[in-house]
Design a protein around this ligand. Structure first.
Ligand code: KIV
Ligand code: ZN
Length: 510
């Protein structure tokens, strides 16, 4: 049996630090459920002290997740640690993750602390955390630029004080793979009690080296890897879960390690995170990009048809790509619908929810001949997000003619009462948004508007992502429909609901 590499996913914490990627409680729960079901070992659910919204999200994820360990992040402060414990203590397997910067640059300019003061803080905070929880991770922020002799002292002290996982981050994505690997090798050789802890690696992608750096760290002794779905994360992002997991799987001849990740769930997680955050996946992104398994050159296509392995190093099915297999159509019944959704891992809690989803399916089947798995997933996730909305789109009529003014007539239900408005501008989407906005009391700024197709063909569902900013709060909304103006209206209304929801949400500041 090969050695296990623990997968620590931080999409809900470092991933959420991608500017504009804030998620609400329901969305975090959805992502956590998928991560748990794909057997992520540790889910970092957030930074509880950052805001009440973050605290609540970490607490609810802790209560709901069935198998994964749940980590909450805390700076080297007793208040942060107490708040993290308050949130994660509900988990079956809770972890407190506490950190302090150890590089000369961070200690001098950010912390304004001497080496001795940092050592004192490590002793005090790690032992405080260990008194609350028996699973403690300690990180040396900016570890990649820290001086080795000082790093050894910090790590030895953190382990003595009770940390059982030691994470070394390349916080600013600055190191080269050999350089980062040698930090792990030196730590293994020079920290006397290192055998009492698991070494962990956490990398950022500022130079595009995040996954290469994680691989180098594993080769030199790291047994936990921190990563995010689609490589979301602060600035250029973190190392992506799909890249590291598939590298270990494909290169097992050279690296005798395994993870427990159910790789067939990778696409599902990737799509969910992309749709919730409004961050599209670039087509040429490794593993999860639309072109990752597409062969354009004739010579490649010919080779793949003759023998797949000529140009493919892994199977698309192994990461959850399906061939847009036709699953249902206009004449499919309720049972076929229910059982296909069940195969996709989607269950309904009540008969009403099933009936609602089935009636949406019938409406879609009237407009679209072939219904694919992706259509079903989009349809169900739209229905779930509409459940709690105070503003709902009742009807939309758009008259558009090229070169002329376009008119949108919109009716919304707001708190159960219907209100209508019209607007005229040169574009149909713009007119629709203006009409909607005239019915609400706020004026959020549009930060992002993007359209993508859910499957192939001109009758595909079009998915629209809208990002709005209002008084410092950033939200993302999604809408799907076969008509992209309607998708746009749904996405805008979805985002407005989030702006108006009374949920405190501040971008975590570390
Ligand atoms: O990049 C980093 O240093 C971090 C730590 C908080 C682990 O995200
Ligand atoms: Zn980070």
């Amino acid at each position: 049996m090969t050695e296990k590499i623990y997968i620590f996913d931080t999409t809900l914490r470092d991933g959420e630090q991608s500017p504009g990627a804030s998620m609400n409680l329901y969305e975090k729960l959805q992502i956590a459920e998928v991560l748990d079901s794909m057997r992520v070992d540790i889910i970092e659910a957030g930074f509880p002290v950052a805001s009440n919204g973050d605290f609540e999200a970490v607490r609810e994820v802790s209560k709901n997740v069935k198998n994964s360990t749940i980590a909450g992040l805390a700076r080297a402060s007793l208040k942060d640690i107490d708040r993290a414990w308050e949130a994660v203590q509900h988990a079956k397997s809770p972890r407190i993750h506490t950190f302090i910067a150890t590089s000369p640059l961070h200690m001098k300019y950010k912390l304004k602390k001497s080496e001795d003061e940092v050592l004192e803080a490590i002793e005090k905070t790690v032992s405080h955390a260990r008194n609350l929880c028996d699973n403690i991770e300690w990180s040396c922020e900016d570890g990649g630029r820290s001086e080795l002799d000082f790093l050894y002292k910090c790590i030895e002290l953190a382990i003595k004080a009770g940390a059982s996982t030691i994470n070394i981050p390349d916080t600013v994505g600055y190191t080269l793979p050999e350089e980062f690997g040698s930090i792990f090798k030196n730590v293994k050789n020079n920290v006397v009690n290192i055998d009492k802890a698991i070494l962990s690696t956490h990398t950022h992608n500022d130079l595009g080296l995040a996954t290469a750096n994680n691989v180098a760290a594993i080769k030199e002794g790291a047994r936990q890897v921190e990563c995010t779905i689609n490589g979301m994360g602060e600035r250029a992002g973190n190392s992506s879960l799909e890249e590291i997991v598939m590298t270990l799987k494909v290169k097992k001849d050279l690296m005798p390690y395994h993870t427990d990740i159910k790789t067939e769930s990778i696409m599902k997680a990737s799509r969910l995170v992309s749709s919730i955050t409004g961050f599209p996946v670039q087509p040429n992104k490794a593993i999860v990009g639309a072109n990752a398994f597409a062969h354009e050159a004739g010579i490649h296509q010919d080779g793949v048809l003759k023998h797949r392995e000529t140009y493919e190093i892994m199977r698309a099915e192994d990461v959850g790509w399906n061939n847009n297999s036709l699953v249902l159509g206009k004449h499919s019944g309720r049972n076929a619908f229910k059982s296909r959704l069940s195969e996709l891992g989607i269950e309904f809690e009540t008969e009403d929810e099933l009936n609602d989803a089935f009636s949406r399916f019938k409406t879609l089947a009237d407009k679209k001949h072939d219904i694919f798995d992706e259509d079903l997933q989009a349809l169900v996730s739209e229905a779930q997000s509409e459940d709690t909305e105070i503003i709902q789109l009742v009807s939309l009529k758009v008259s558009a003619e090229s070169g002329k003014v376009n008119t949108a007539d919109v009716t919304l239900s707001i708190n159960g009462n219907e209100h209508s408005a019209s607007a005229n501008t040169s574009g149909a989407v713009d007119a629709t948004f203006s009409a909607i906005l005239s019915l609400v009391d706020i004026e959020p700024k549009l930060q992002l508007y993007s359209v993508s197709n859910v499957t192939q063909g001109t009758d595909s569902l079009g998915e629209v992502n809208v990002r709005l900013e209002h008084e410092g709060k950033i939200v993302n909304g999604q809408g799907v429909d076969t008509d992209i103006i309607t998708s746009s209206a749904k996405a805008y209304v979805h985002a407005l609901n989030k702006v108006m929801a009374n949920v405190e949400r501040a971008h975590p500041q570390i």
